[in-house]
Design a protein around this ligand. Sequence first.
Ligand code: AMP
Length: 209
Amino acid sequence: MNIILLGAPGAGKGTQAVKLAEKYRLLHISTGDIFRANIKGGTPIGKLAASYIDAGKLVPDDVTCEIVKDRLGKEDVKGGYMLDGFPRNLYQAEQLDGFAAIDVCLNIDVDPALLMDRICGRRVCSCGASYHVSTLNGKTTCARCGKELYVRKDDNPETVGARIETYEKQTAPLIDYYKKQGKLVAVDGGKGSPDEIFAEICKQLDKIL
Ligand code: AMP
């Protein structure tokens, strides 16, 4: 099964992706993670991506599509994968249709009013786990792997505002795009705990698997 995870920044894509990858044995491919690894490694792609990411804008389509096409050409995706953060606009979705067979687009829907607090309070781990500061009770390490948590550089109010705007203008139209293809599965990501939302996602996915 090949899945796309769709949702605004702060909708809980990353949190649910880790759980889904485990349960359905899917390879988790996050374009944001690929860019962050390139920035850390000081690669040419990292240098190009950094200015866009810091401004809350999308990295140019040609670069992003090439990275994903390359990644999906590898042998390890054959057992199924989950794309987290790609596609993010109609052009990317159309390109993806040319080199991948997507079964399901899972949209995690969250009231925009909740997003700013969710992202600005976010603490993440390099293993992919993600927490909200209000639930950590002062802890600074990951409950899953023990590594030190950190705040993403683009998780600040200014950049988050731009990211939400980018999402609404460019990414939200993809909901209709996949609905028309009959591939959309929508889940309310604004109510309940991450585990409850995960249970709802599994219920929906199990119906079509
Ligand atoms: P994320 O970790 O998915 O929130 O992505 C962090 C940032 O990486 C985004 O705000 C964009 O600047 C960039 N990015 C990630 N995925 C894409 C994509 N599919 N197209 C363009 N830029 C992307």
